[in-house]
Design a protein around this ligand. Sequence first.
Ligand code: TYD
Length: 245
Amino acid sequence: MLKSLFAIIPIELKTKKKVVTGNVRGKLIVLEGLDGSGKGTQIRLLSDYIRSTGRQAYLTAEPTSSSLGGMIRDALGGFVGRDAYELSALFLADRIFHNVNPRNGIRKFLDEGIDVICDRYYYSSFAYQGTDADLDWVMRMNLDCREITAPDLCIFLDVDTEQCDKRIAENRFDREIYENIEMQRRIRARFFEVFARLKDSDPIRIVDASRQPEAVSEDVIRLYQELVTKEGNDQSLTDDYKNNR
Ligand code: TYD
C-alpha cells in the first residue's frame, strides 16, 4: 500500500512541474463598455497588434455560444422573462463554463501561453445585473468563485450614453432589454461605482472612447504594452482621464 503511494507521488510532481515550466502564462485582457462603445473594433485592432508582435491572441466573448449563452440571449432579446437574480446566476454559470471547459476555455489558452481577449466579463454582471439584483451578492459570487480567473487587465471604453444610443440606433434593427438610454445611464453609473470599489484590487483602466477608433486603439495598445513589459506604473490613463473629465 505504502509502496504504491510512493509510486504515485513522483508522477504527480513531475506532471505539475511540466505545466509550470512549459509556458509563460498568457494574459487575460477584458474589454468592457456600454452597448455601442466600440469594443468590437478595439478588440480587432488589439488582436492585430498582439499577433504582429509574434504572440498569439484568442478572441472570445460573453455571453458565450454555449447552451447557457443561448438561454441568456433569449432573456436579453426579451423572448423569455428572467428575474435579475436568475440572470446573474446564468451569467455566472456561463462564465465558469467559459473558464474551465477543456476544449476552448480561457484557462486552457492562458496555460498554453496564449493571450485571451474577452469581450465583457464579470464587470458587466456587476453593472448590468447589479442594477436590479443586489450588487454585493453579484460581486461576491463572481469574485469568490475560484474557477473564474481574475483578469490581468480590464479596459473600460467610456463613451457617453447619448453617443452609444446613437450608435445602437444606426447599427441594430431591434434593441435588447438593456438597450434604452435611461437604463444605459444607470448602468454607466454602476460601472463607475464598481470601479471605485475595486480600485485597489483590480487592474481597471478607463479610456475615452468618444474619439476616432485609431486614437482609442493607441491607448488600448499602450495599456497592453505596459502590461506585458511590466513598465506600467500607477500614473495610468485612468488617472489622466479622470483628471480631465
Ligand atoms: P451583445 O449583443 O453580445 O454585444 P455587446 O457586448 O456588443 O453589447 O450583448 C451582450 C449583452 O449582455 C449586453 O447588453 C450586456 C449584457 N451582459 C450582462 O448583462 N451581464 C454580463 O455579465 C455580460 C457578460 C453581458
